[in-house]
Design a protein around this ligand. Sequence first.
Ligand code: 1GP
Length: 250
Amino acid sequence: MNKSVYQYLIDIISSRGAVYAVLIDPDQKNDANIEKQVEAVNSGDVDLILVGGSLMMDSRCHDRTRRIKENSKVPVVFFPGGLSQLSPHFDAMFFMSILSGRNPHYLIGEQVVAAPIVHDMGIETIPTGYLLVNGGIPTTVQFMSNTTAIPANRPNIAVAHALAAQYLGMKLVYLEAGSGAQNPIPVEMVKMVTSCLEIPVIVGGGLRSPEAANQRVLAGASIIVTGTIIEENADAGIMKDFASAVHIKG
Ligand code: 1GP
């Protein structure tokens, strides 16, 4: 691909209304199904694969990332759960900071250690402000990052963080309820954040139906992420249902 992954995303947002991204966790739990999941993505009108997870239960995540990249027809982007998952197989990475938290390690510590390695690998970086919102149950990301999530019924707090991300020069804001969240990001919060922002907003965590994804795109989300759905059923038909709910234009 000649253009940057960021430009690829911007072009899809403008031509199709929003991007549908599928998160594949390169953890042991997906080992047997990686090729099947990528095949469902390839045939399911999915625009992007995100790779990452909050906790790896063995040492083979790089090998799984390579298998994802080798089989994928769409760009493969690192969604960092931690520095140890960084690999040269990625087309780009969300260079993220957990801005909703006050844990310096995830605000800037990991990023400083990662930066020279990213520079050496030459991976495209997409600066992303990551905002963790309470999804109703404690999630792995919340526990592992040792941060407090934004209360789901306080959209103003999300707006303030999202604006700060934009003014700091971030190119994307990720509204995250956490993988397997009981409640996805409230539609009202998506509306309030996107109406104040000029940069695209990603929404993920706990989205279990195409309707739920569609509501958030109509509320202003530019990128929708699902992860658990493909882990439960690596089926191209389900991916297509989500993709057509997300692609509201064209
Ligand atoms: C996690 O938002 C993603 O970062 C995906 O969440 O697994 O709940 O779809 P789910």
